[in-house]
Design a binder for this molecule. Structure first.
Ligand SMILES: Nc1ncnc2c1ncn2[C@@H]1O[C@H](COP(=O)(O)OP(=O)(O)OP(=O)(O)O)[C@@H](O)[C@H]1O
Length: 254
């Protein structure tokens, strides 16, 4: 039965790339506001495809997707752009803007939302320092290492405290300590209300941050409970995520 309170709903969604085989088949699930799910499954199972559908970067070839209570088929170009402003996304290839500095890459989503420059200076500076890129504010993204680019992509995705955060293997290029630190940042965001979907193969993260799993196998999706807990003590850290009133930014709700 349709769940009208869901932030995201997929009903019998199928996806086939041009001329290819069907990559997703009959995928149905919903995400409650404030929920946190891991998206798992073997390489090629369709995880990135599902995230691209969620981000409205691709249209399904079958079924129906609702986002923020709207059927995405009814959305015009401007509506889609506005919806993307409520989402933070970390793609596997980062999609950084090469002509902008590190600082300006992170500042861009805030500038689109017309945040005051003083606030942008403060929030972007604080976040870049926290992810270890404080010394690189003026650099071009192309001069950064893979791990630094990943941290930059994450900073850009979280800086507006999005309603929905989508991340594809967000810790794949990071050392274990930085990976954990950023996972704690996602936990903090989630406590402040951000709905999260993280695609990962990392079984250590799955066991440590116990969230329900959306498991894709050959394009079919099953919802599973959290992975079993790890053995041994878990070290908790906190992350500097300031409460942010998204509605002060004038993006409007649908
Ligand atoms: N742009 C595209 N055009 C054609 N086929 C594609 C395209 N993108 C993905 N595919 C195919 O869709 C299937 C699912 O790919 P997808 O990248 O979604 O899987 P994945 O689970 O994210 O894999 P990985 O864990 O390796 O990133 C694969 O068979 C892939 O070859």
């Amino acid at each position: 039965m349709a769940d009208e309170t869901a932030l995201v709903r997929f009903d019998d969604v199928g996806m086939r790339y041009d001329g290819g085989a069907e990559v997703l088949h009959g995928v149905s699930f919903s995400l409650a506001p404030g929920s946190y799910h891991f998206l798992t499954g073997p390489s090629g199972a369709g995880k990135s495809t599902l995230l691209r559908l969620l981000y409205l970067a691709q249209r399904p070839t079958a079924g129906q997707i609702s986002l923020f209570g709207r059927d995405v088929r009814e959305l015009g170009r401007a509506d889609r752009a506005r919806m993307r402003q409520r989402m933070g996304v970390v793609f596997q290839d980062f999609r950084l803007l090469p002509h902008l500095s590190v600082f300006d890459n992170v500042a861009l989503p805030l500038r689109i939302l017309k945040a005051p420059e003083a606030e942008i200076r403060r929030d972007v500076g604080e976040l870049l320092a926290w992810v270890g890129l404080g010394e690189h504010e003026a650099a071009s993204p192309a001069t950064l290492s893979g791990g630094q680019q990943q941290r930059l992509a994450i900073a850009r995705a979280v800086v507006v405290r999005p309603r929905l955060l989508l991340a594809d293997e967000p810790t794949g290029n990071l050392d274990a300590e930085m990976g954990l630190k950023l996972m704690h940042l996602f936990e903090e965001l989630n406590k402040l209300g951000t709905t999260i979907v993280i695609a990962t193969h990392d079984t250590t993260l799955l066991a440590r941050f116990r969230h329900p799993r959306l498991v894709l196998t050959e394009g079919r999706l099953k919802t599973m409970p959290p992975a079993p807990p790890p053995r041994g003590p878990v070290v908790q850290r906190t992350a500097p995520v300031a409460p942010r009133a998204e509605d002060t930014r004038g993006e409007g709700r649908s």
